[in-house]
Design a protein around this ligand. Sequence first.
Ligand code: PEP
Length: 257
Amino acid sequence: MRKKIVAGNWKMNLDLEGGRKLATEICAMIKEKPLSELPGNPEVAFFPPFVFITEVLKASEGTSGVSVGSQNIHQLEKGAYTGEVAAAMVKSCGATHTLIGHSERRAYFHEDDALLAKKVEQALNSGLTPVFCCGELLPEREAGNHFKVVKEQVEKGLFWLEKEQFEKVVIAYEPVWAIGTGVTASPEQAQEMHAFIRQIMAEKYDKVTAENISVLYGGSCNAQNAKELFSQPDVDGGLIGGASLKATDFFAIISSF
Ligand code: PEP
């Protein structure tokens, strides 16, 4: 059975002390109310900036069900790429996940599907779980092209993988018009796209594989709307931006299954 997951994308926020404090506070809440006792038995992942990964791991140590990942990796294994961070480096710090293809990376750093496929490959080669982000722009939805856009992103980014590799992936559907805007996809819109993603996974691989992949929703998900979104049958949790920066809000989201 697929896992329920709530992931916090901290983006370029906080400083070291702030990151340590946030992780410590959330982990204290989880220790008091273990994830295994919450509805859905969710897993939690923090995605801090690279430089905080080690400290956030320390703050999370011993908190069952909590893992840490990076927000990005480089598409190559190693070499003379000043300022870049390889998947194996992230892994060597103790992190287990990485975001790939967040819409901010696609938009501001011009990451295209071919590049993202290479990042997926690096993540898997290094033993990191890729959390692959996809989602349409507002004009694409308004033109009725949202299914086509998401299908292309998922096909080019992921569907070249063998089934054994694909089984290790998590997908996050994040309509770009909902990220950081306060405008959330309706539960129906989220469900419709998640069911579509599951359908194309079943067509490419098989039904069992499609049923086992966690598909998270992201885009202005917060403590108020998480329950309705997470109650949809194909929504397996959330990738949370703004609301992941406040411990009580994030814990409320974790408790929303
Ligand atoms: C995100 O950045 O992945 C995200 C979903 O942000 P927000 O929750 O702030 O919309």
